[in-house]
Design a binder for this molecule. Structure first.
Ligand SMILES: NC(=O)c1ccc[n+]([C@@H]2O[C@H](COP(=O)([O-])OP(=O)(O)OC[C@H]3O[C@@H](n4cnc5c(N)ncnc54)[C@H](O)[C@@H]3O)[C@@H](O)[C@H]2O)c1
Length: 308
């Protein structure tokens, strides 16, 4: 049976991916330093190493011992807001971490490298085409978007020089159970928890920022398709539909029966105004499309937070 490395497997998306890989009969090996992840998320069926992907010596041991055939690289500093406050940490995690993994992947003959990148923070604000396809030139406006783009370019360099097969998945705004409601990213988780607790909810800016919200199980399915396909390339993973924060607030208010008005505060640095992803390439080449509607996904997410 294939051995599969999942970096960031104790995080929000990574932990759902680990569950699914185990269901598929694969053997996920998780590397996570728990900087934003939580062992509570982690399926006990996975082998777990608490360490940083930036630590070359420690990663060497993991590769030597397990010789993973596939790498899902999700470990990251994953918040736009944090990246604007600490771009050096963002760079070290998202760029150096990528390089360490690529070096090991080449040395140990990894068959395919599947990278979790961003669609939401990749294309920037001056976008001529919405929904945006992958072939538009990236113009990231945050250190997070820049580091993810840089990591993508390193991956393509290793593909050219070392023939490493890869899939880059550029996600929209992923939401669902296990997303951290106390972090700086993850508006659905933050709103859901605060609404269920009857607390005030802040909206940054005027609430007209538009995002493409995609449910976590659909994102996991895209990773599985990426594992199974023969393609090499970059794919947007979203829904092709945009929702503004005011409408998201209204939808979650209805589901949680929240009665308060939002509190509008200053916009945040690095946030783009509008992001909607054209996902037709993933549909055509990976056979992937999202199955969960925003309403269904929000209901499932609120149910999860009710049970905590
Ligand atoms: N959630 C989204 O909306 C979204 C959108 C686009 C892209 N992504 C990308 O998807 C991936 C997963 O995101 P998520 O939402 O699950 O975030 P998350 O913060 O829940 O998961 C990231 C995981 O990586 C771990 N980690 C961080 N630095 C590490 C390091 N140096 N070494 C080892 N582990 C480390 C964290 O502890 C955490 O468990 C990230 O690469 C993120 O950039 C997420």
């Amino acid at each position: 049976m294939s051995s599969v490395l999942v970096t960031g497997g104790a995080g929000f998306i990574g932990s759902h991916l680990v569950d699914r890989l185990l269901e598929e009969g694969l053997h996920p090996i998780v590397v996570d330093n728990l900087s934003s992840g939580d062992v509570k998320n982690l399926n006990p069926g996975a082998l777990f190493y608490q360490q940083s992907v930036q630590d070359s010596e420690m990663m060497e041991r993991v590769f030597q011992l397990h010789k993973p055939e596939y790498v899902f690289h999700l470990a990251a500093q994953s918040s736009v807001a944090v990246s604007t406050k600490d771009p050096i940490m963002d760079c070290e995690t998202n760029i150096k971490g990528m390089l360490v993994l690529l070096e090991k992947s080449v040395k140990y003959g990894v068959k395919k490298f599947i990278f979790s990148s961003t669609g939401g923070a990749m294309y920037g604000d001056k976008i001529e085409i919405i929904p945006t396809p992958e072939n538009l030139d990236p113009h990231p406006v945050s250190p997070y978007g820049i580091s993810k783009y840089c990591a993508e370019m390193y991956l393509q360099f290793y593909h050219r020089e070392n023939n490493i097969n890869y899939i880059i998945l550029r996600y929209g705004n992923v939401y669902g159970p296990r997303q951290d409601p106390n972090g700086e990213a993850g508006v659905v988780a933050i709103f859901s928890k605060r609404m269920l607790n009857g607390e005030d909810v802040n909206i940054f800016g005027d609430g007209n920022c538009i995002r493409d919200y995609v449910y976590v199980k659909d994102v996991v399915e895209a990773n599985i398709k990426a594992l199974q396909c023969d393609a090499v390339g970059t794919y947007n993973i979203g829904t092709g539909h945009g929702t503004n924060v005011n409408d998201l607030f209204a939808a979650l208010s209805r589901i949680t029966n929240y009665q308060k008005e939002p509190i509008y505060t200053a916009p945040r640095k690095g946030d783009v105004r509008k992001s909607i992803l054209d996902c037709s390439k993933a549909n055509q080449e990976l056979g992937w499309k999202p199955k969960v509607s925003l309403q269904e996904g929000l209901v499932m997410t609120v149910e999860y937070f009710k049970g905590l």
